[in-house]
Design a protein around this ligand. Sequence first.
Ligand code: GRF
Length: 213
Amino acid sequence: MLRLAVLVSGGGTNLQAILDAIESGGITNAEIAVVISNNRDAYALERAKAHGVESVCISPRDFADRAAFHAALLEKLDSCAVDLIVLAGFLVVIPEEMVARYQNRIINIHPSLIPAFCGTGYYGLRVHEAALARGVRVTGATVHFVDEGTDTGPILLQKAVEVLPGDTPETLQRRVMEQAEWKLLPQAIDLIANGRVSVADGRVTIQREADGT
Ligand code: GRF
């Protein structure tokens, strides 16, 4: 059983998709050991509680400096014996020590088709504003492993989503979530939990199932 830590900052709709997939059997061989938020008011914490999942707030504000915050975060992850860290709308830069200790065991969902509209400063609605400003016809979402860079790690899954006439950043964000993010993140976790994903030389290989799917 793969033990997950889901790290969140906001509404937690991606967390909800994971909780639902675990309950419905869309994700097998995985359980959420802990949900961690940097923001005390994150609605994601309520979603975890409603499903009987341990949830904690670890906020940088409660620590003297960044190093102490990072240490507390790592301590919690280690004490929960976590196998995979899932960044589901986590707006904190991941400490290098965490990337090193959990190499190829941290995944992130990003609301664009990487390498478009990613990197420093591209988060939340800004990603969709940039896509609309550039006039792309297709955008989407990406699940990738986390390395030392911002949105630079090995790509695991991507799904395209159409941009429609009259889209605003808000309508586009919603469509990308519904059509891509809420499907891709559970799918990625299920693949990893069932031993079908390997990473080598910055590339991801996904093993097919025995029946060829
Ligand atoms: C999502 O768009 C995700 O791609 C981005 O932050 C948003 C989080 O939404 N990184 P939610 O908290 O899961 O509802």
